[in-house]
Write a protein that binds this ligand. Structure first.
Ligand code: FAD
Length: 384
C-alpha cells in the first residue's frame, strides 16, 4: 500500500497550486489525476497577472516554446451593437493554452505525481483515509474540477451548475491567420442581449478560441449557434463544424457548498469558486490551492474540521463578496429594463472601462495573495 501525508485528487491549477504551496512543508504530497498530461481542459485560457504573481512565475520564463498572448485591452459590445475598444497601453492579462499551462504547473509543483490514476473510492481509516483501497493518507484535497468525486463524497451535487458554456479552440491556417481581423492583444467580448451571459472571440497567437457562457442553462445550443452566425457575418470568423464542446461550473456565492470536513478540503471548481462577475475560475482555483496549503501547514498535523476552518475563513476573506451596489440594484429591475439598460451602458466607454473591465473582469483593485496578518487573523487554534 502506498502512503502519503496529503493526497491531492486532480492535477489541474487548483491541485498543482496546492501541491506547490506544500513543497517546502516537509509533508509527503501525492497528486493523482485520471489523465496523463498534457491534457486539455475546455477553457478560454484568459488569465490575469495575479495568477503568475501568486505562483512566483516570471511570464518571460514561461513563454519560450509555449503560447503566451499578451493582452493590452478588450473590445466590448452587446451582440449586434457597435464595439467599444478599451486600450490600456500595457499588459493587463494573458492568454494561455490550458494543455501547456496545466502541464507546466503540474511538473513544477514538487510533489509526487501519478497520472492515469482515477479516484474511485474512499474509506475512513484510524488516522485518515484509504483511497482506491491502496493509498493511505492523512488528508485528502479534492481538486477534481466541477465533477470532482471528492466533492460528491462531501454531499455536493453537480446538478444545476451556475454557468453552462460551449467552446471551440482551433489553430487557424496560415492564410486565415494572416487575413484575420481578430487581434490577439484585444480579445472580443459580446454580451448576450438578455445580459445573462457573454460570448468571446479570443486569439492567442494563431490559435482562436470562440465560446459562450451563460448563467441560464436553457437553450444554450441555440444561443451558441446564433453567436457563431453573428461572428461569421460581422467578423468573418469561420468556426469548424465539429469540435464545439460543452462544460459547466459554479460561481462563488451562488449556492451553499460543503468545502471541508475532518481530514478533507475542496479547492478550485470542486468547491465552486469562480468569480461571479466574469466567470474567471483559474485565479480562484490557484489561490484556493495556495490558501489550502497554508491552512494545512498551519494545522500542524491536526486535520480536524475545527482546525481546518482556517481555510474557509481565509477563502471567504479573499473571495468574499464585495458590496456590489449595481448587482444588488439589478435584482430589483425587471428583465426587459435590464436588457435595455445593459445595451445602453455597454455603449458607454466610461462604464466599459471602469465597471466591466476594471471592476468585474480585471478586479484591478486587488493585490497579490499574501499570507500576512493583514489578510486575516488566524483563529486561536493555529497560534496555540
Ligand atoms: C468554456 C469555459 C471557458 C472558461 N474560460 C476561462 C477563462 O478564460 N479564464 C478563467 O480564469 N477561467 C475560465 N474557465 C473556468 C476554468 O476553466 C476553471 O475554473 C478551472 O479550470 C478550475 O481549475 P481546477 O483545477 O479547479 O479544475 P480542472 O482544471 O477541471 O482540473 C481538475 C482535474 O481533476 C482531474 N480529475 C477529475 N476527476 C478525477 C478523478 N475521478 N480522479 C482523478 N482525477 C480527476 C481532471 O482530469 C483534471 O485534470 C472556463 C470554463 C469553461 C467551462
Amino acid at each position: 500500500m502506498d502512503s502519503c501525508d496529503v493526497l491531492i485528487v486532480g492535477g489541474g491549477p487548483a491541485g498543482s497550486s496546492c501541491a506547490w504551496g506544500l513543497r517546502e512543508s516537509g509533508l509527503d504530497t501525492l497528486v493523482i489525476d485520471r489523465c496523463t498530461f498534457p491534457r486539455n481542459k475546455l477553457c478560454g485560457g484568459w488569465i490575469t497577472p495575479l495568477v503568475f504573481e501568486a505562483l512566483e512565475i516570471d511570464p518571460e520564463s514561461y513563454a519560450p516554446g509555449r503560447v503566451l498572448q499578451r493582452i493590452t485591452g478588450f473590445r466590448l459590445s452587446s451582440i449586434e451593437e457597435r464595439q467599444v475598444d478599451i486600450r490600456y497601453g500595457r499588459t493587463i492579462s494573458y492568454g494561455i493554452l490550458r494543455c501547456e499551462f496545466d502541464e507546466y504547473l503540474l511538473r513544477r509543483c514538487g510533489a509526487r505525481i501519478q497520472e492515469g490514476v482515477r479516484f474511485n473510492s474512499i474509506q475512513r481509516s484510524r488516522d485518515g483515509w484509504i483511497v482506491n483501497g491502496e493509498i493511505k493518507t492523512r488528508l485528502v484535497v479534492g481538486a477534481g474540477g466541477h465533477f470532482c468525486p471528492v466533492s460528491h463524497f462531501l454531499g455536493n451535487k453537480v446538478s444545476s451548475p451556475s454557468v453552462v458554456a460551449r467552446e471551440i479552440e482551433f489553430e487557424m491556417g496560415d492564410a486565415e491567420a494572416a487575413s484575420s481581423s481578430v487581434a490577439g492583444e484585444l480579445p472580443e467580448l459580446y454580451f448576450c442581449r438578455d445580459m445573462r451571459g457573454y460570448g468571446w472571440c479570443f486569439r492567442k497567437q494563431d490559435v482562436l478560441t470562440v465560446g459562450i457562457g451563460r448563467i441560464d442553462n436553457h437553450g444554450l445550443s441555440q444561443h451558441c449557434d446564433e453567436f457563431l452566425r453573428f461572428l461569421k457575418q460581422s467578423r468573418n470568423v469561420e468556426v469548424p463544424g465539429k469540435g464545439i464542446l460543452g462544460h459547466a461550473y459554479r460561481l462563488f456565492g451562488h449556492s451553499q457548498r460543503a468545502i471541508l470536513d475532518n481530514s478533507i478540503l475542496l479547492v478550485g471548481d470542486a468547491a465552486g469558486l469562480a468569480y461571479p462577475e466574469s466567470g474567471e475560475g483559474i485565479r480562484p482555483a490557484i489561490e484556493s490551492g495556495l490558501i489550502a496549503a497554508h491552512s494545512i501547514v498551519s494545522a500542524e498535523g491536526d486535520y480536524s474540521s475545527a482546525r481546518l476552518e482556517l481555510y474557509r475563513e481565509l477563502l471567504n476573506t479573499r473571495l468574499g463578496h464585495k458590496r456590489n451596489a449595481l448587482g444588488t440594484l439589478a435584482q430589483f429591475i425587471p428583465q426587459s429594463v435590464r436588457e435595455i439598460c445593459g445595451r445602453f451602458l455597454l455603449r458607454n466607454r466610461w462604464f466599459c472601462r471602469n465597471v466591466v473591465l476594471d471592476r468585474w473582469f480585471l478586479r484591478a483593485d486587488e493585490r497579490p495573495l499574501v499570507f500576512a496578518s493583514e489578510m486575516v487573523s488566524p483563529p486561536a487554534a493555529t497560534t496555540a
